[in-house]
Design a protein around this ligand. Sequence first.
Ligand code: PGA
Ligand code: ZN
Length: 395
Amino acid sequence: MTIIEAIELRTILDSRGNATVEADIHTTSGFGRSAAPSGASTGTLEAKVRLPKEAIDNAYQNLLPALIGLDAGDQEAFDEQLRDIDGTSDFAAIGANVAVALSLANAKAAATAMGLPLFRYLGGAFVNEMPLPLGNVIGGGAHAQNATEIQEFLVVPGDATDVEEAVFANAAVHRHVKELLKKHDIAAGKGDEGAWAPQIDDALAFELIAEATGLVADEMNVSVDMGIDVAASQMWNGEGYKYRSRVRSTEEQIAYIAELVDSYDLVYVEDPLHEDDFDAFAELNSQIGNRCLVCGDDIFVTQVDRIQQGIEKDSANCVLIKPNQVGTLTDTFEAVRLAHTNGLDTVMSHRSGETTDTTIAHLATAFSCVFLKCGVVGGERIAKLNELIRIEEQL
Ligand code: PGA
Ligand code: ZN
């Protein structure tokens, strides 16, 4: 037992310069701290956040007193208490930002009380596989204006010998893309996740990354694969997928994505279709699922009832996991377990608005996710990547 003795909540800065909620939990012999991230291309069915200051005031009055005295080692009971006091299905009352910060801080307090790193506390003795870093090198969509239409062009070094090599290979691709942009005289700032955000079309983004991965293969002898997050809910206008020059029907979108998978040997495609189209997801999955991860983010929102629907329809072979989409660690774990029991892979993910909190590196390892999706550069992104390198050292 490690009894919760004190809890503090505060607002801290996130990577977009907005306020977010940070929680500290002190127990008899442990301490845990965690902060809530936030999305820009959020799924409609995600747990609801409240304005940080308002949510914190409310928590001090109506929530925290009921958490003092609980055993931090009983994560399920702690998370159940959050749900009970909230009383809604989507954390609209206490705010999913408060919930997720508290839930993760509680697990970290319990882990320190037992003298274990979080990944070991949650994953146990048999954790022995590291997730590979999946990182965003060129992006646009909701994360940068006037840049690419596909939200994220991602890379993952599938045959890297270890995490350290993989992290540096992704960084090398990011650096080469910058040099190639310069060579073509294309100016580029960065989007919210640290990816380059040039005003180029999607075809050129693919070409530049293919060239950059070729250079990295020569230099480092690592082959780096490509993936995408289409974030197609953002393009869906109720009838079709809106691109700058045209609208694609659902059938055309499926054909387009399948063609991209073959042209660029994509190993990962996230949200290729909008968040309610389980059937179109299933059609695409039947076409490309044997050679590519078809991953659901907005469609599943880390929630078991949605993942269950996806399993029944065979809509995807991979689930994106974002703890703040559902609000508690217990619910996050249930989502992962349901996916894995049914043969689907999982990818643990950051949000576009992040802090230097490194918890997801531990969760990705503890829960045997295939990838940790968390960007390539930028302080709040490298905090997680560097933690992953440290975790690998301990395994
Ligand atoms: P978000 O985007 O964090 O802005 O929602 C990330 C994603 O779509 O995967
Ligand atoms: Zn996504």
